[in-house]
Design a protein around this ligand. Structure first.
Ligand code: F6P
Length: 547
């Protein structure tokens, strides 16, 4: 960590000067100037092709950005993370999700303990339990096989498993139904339980802390429902599994130790899907596929750790993000997977990036004077094209985007995949190069319409091409975004691994819940808006009851 403010660094000043000279240069012009640009600004690994040529940057930009990263000591910071330094210093924790997918037999000692032993113990326990469920050996309280798996969790204990289970649905075991309940809104649980038989169902309670209001409320209601349906007081052990770092709390809830899959505090919630939190994934796709996913994660981990910064895909993605966020003033960036199975990927990345880097205090405790985490959002292609792409193409905002596509489909039906990918290529081309007035005139277009039909272009994008959506490819893709997030945190001098910003709302909600339960508003504790809203809530909900 350096002690000088990021924006005071000479490397930053150089970038500012460079920005002033390049900001008016269009992507089209850059392509004219550099004949081999498409190839020169691409990186091909064994399994992935990353093209960042359709960005407003040149080799000087890349060199200045990587120069900044070097000045900040990024390579050392990467090593610190992999080696288990307590880089999450506000919680005094190491950050070792990479150890979960390490494929070597080398020990990794943290506080005198070889954590690799714990990792393989849990992985093995996950294997045994998941196989029992998958092969029908695991029986419910009245001897029936398990058909339904309901994962109850929220945030990192929900978004990752949900995203991966949907992404790898092609590899799912037939006859197993997977459900995910996250919201404390009772409708989530009620709709899920509507057509569920308790004797064929396992609830997986996923919560690192085992204190999260939403998860514990849902788990408690699920337990109540289960007991009232089954009438079997002693059968929780056949129907409840916990994934947690808080073994005692899970036991107090009534889950027997043999059904508890643990993980350590050095696994952050949003980085946890390769840990026990991924148990629903393993049940769905099986141990071997899960292991393949870990191999994919590890492949990207190695690329990230070993590649020089200028050929390092997560590093480049992160630096390009900083370039738009801090120099061009872009407020958001979009993620467009051209794959139906990846429909939850944007919201998964949203938590990853926004919970990690939505901070305004530097690691030295000072208030930051520059923008940090940008807003991540997205949708699958081609659906997004028929919804908000209008704004991307002709709106006034600069929205850099990532296009993620596959060379092969998991479901070859006619020419669907070619049509899908034709759109993938066409969109990045149209965004970057647009269509000028001159080109429109050539098409004999009505002159009056030309200002409306004009495409300015110069909208930047990255393209990521993978082969097929296999467990390995998915692992690689997820790790790519994890490491991108880490690098941005280092550049912005942020601790990406805490999330204190979610605490105040939680605390306030606990106080307000007491007032709602007691039907008594303590106006001294609230502003006039919140008090009036609560008053209205009481008034109208009372009337609803009367009606
Ligand atoms: O409130 C935010 C958060 O702490 C996330 O970071 C986390 O993924 C989520 O809540 C769930 O936490 P837990 O797994 O402890 O229930």
């Amino acid at each position: 960590m350096i002690n000088i403010c990021l924006t005071d660094l000479p490397e930053w000043k150089k970038l500012e000067n460079h920005y002033n000279s390049i900001k008016k240069v269009s992507i089209k012009q850059l392509f004219k100037e550099e004949e081999g640009r498409g190839k020169d600004y691409s990186i091909a690994t064994k399994s992935l092709y990353f093209d960042y040529s359709k960005n407003i940057l040149n080799m000087e930009t890349v060199s200045l950005l990587t120069g900044l990263a070097e000045r900040i000591g990024l390579s050392k910071e990467i090593e610190n993370m992999f080696n288990g330094e307590k880089i999450n210093f506000t919680e005094n924790r190491a950050v070792l999700h990479t150890a979960l997918r390490d494929q070597t037999n080398e020990p990794l000692v943290l506080d005198g303990i070889d954590i690799k032993k714990d990792i393989s113990f849990t992985l093995n326990k996950m294997k045994i339990l998941s196989e029992k469920i998958r092969n029908g050996e695991w029986k419910g309280y009245n001897g029936k096989k398990i058909k339904n798996i309901i994962n109850i969790g929220i945030g990192g204990s929900h978004l990752g498993p949900l995203m991966v289970c949907n992404a790898l649905a092609k590899y799912k075991k037939n006859g197993l139904n997977l459900f995910f309940v996250s919201n404390v809104d009772g409708s989530d649980l009620a709709e899920t339980l509507k057509e569920i038989n308790p004797d064929e169902t396992i609830f997986i309670i996923a919560s690192k802390t085992f204190t999260t209001l939403e998860t514990i409320t849902n788990a408690t209601s699920a337990k109540k429902w289960f007991l009232s349906e089954s009438g079997e007081r002693d059968s929780l052990g056949k129907h409840f599994i916990a994934l947690t770092s808080a073994m005692e709390r899970a036991k107090d809830f009534g889950i027997p130790e043999e059904n508890i899959l643990g993980f350590s505090d050095w696994v952050g919630g949003r980085y946890s899907l390769a840990s026990a939190v991924g148990f629903s994934i393993m049940v769905s796709i099986g141990y071997e596929n899960f292991k393949d996913m870990l191999k994919g994660f590890n492949r990207m981990d190695i690329h990230f750790r070993k590649s020089p910064l200028s050929h390092n895909i997560p590093v480049l993605m992160a630096l390009i993000g900083v370039w738009y966020n801090n120099f061009f003033g872009a407020e958001t960036h979009a993620i467009f997977p051209y794959d139906h199975y990846l429909r939850n990927f944007p919201s998964y990345v949203q938590q990853l990036e926004m919970e990690s880097n939505g901070k305004s205090t530097g690691r030295d405790g000072t208030k930051l004077r520059y923008q940090t985490g940008s807003v991540s959002w997205g949708e699958t292609g081609t659906n997004g094209q028929h919804s908000f792409f209008q704004l991307l193409h002709q709106g006034t905002r600069l929205i850099p985007s990532d296009f993620i596509g596959f060379t092969g489909s998991l479901n070859e039906i006619g020419d669907h995949h070619l049509k899908l990918m034709a759109n993938f290529f066409a969109q990045t081309e149209a965004l970057a190069f647009g269509q000028t007035e001159k080109e429109l005139i050539k098409t004999n277009m009505d002159k009056d319409l030309i200002p409306f039909r004009n495409f300015e272009g110069n909208k930047p994008s990255n393209s990521i091409l993978l082969k097929k959506l296999t467990p390995m490819a998915l692992g690689e893709l997820i790790a790519l975004y994890e490491h991108k997030t880490f690098v941005q945190g280092i550049i912005w001098n942020i601790n990406s691994f805490d999330q204190w910003g979610v605490e105040l709302g939680k605390q306030n909600a606990a106080g307000i819940l007491k007032e709602l339960t007691e039907k008594k508003i303590n106006t001294d504790l609230h502003d006039s808006s919140t008090s009036s809203l609560m008053e209205y809530f009481f008034r109208v909900s009372d009337k609803d009851e009367e009606n």
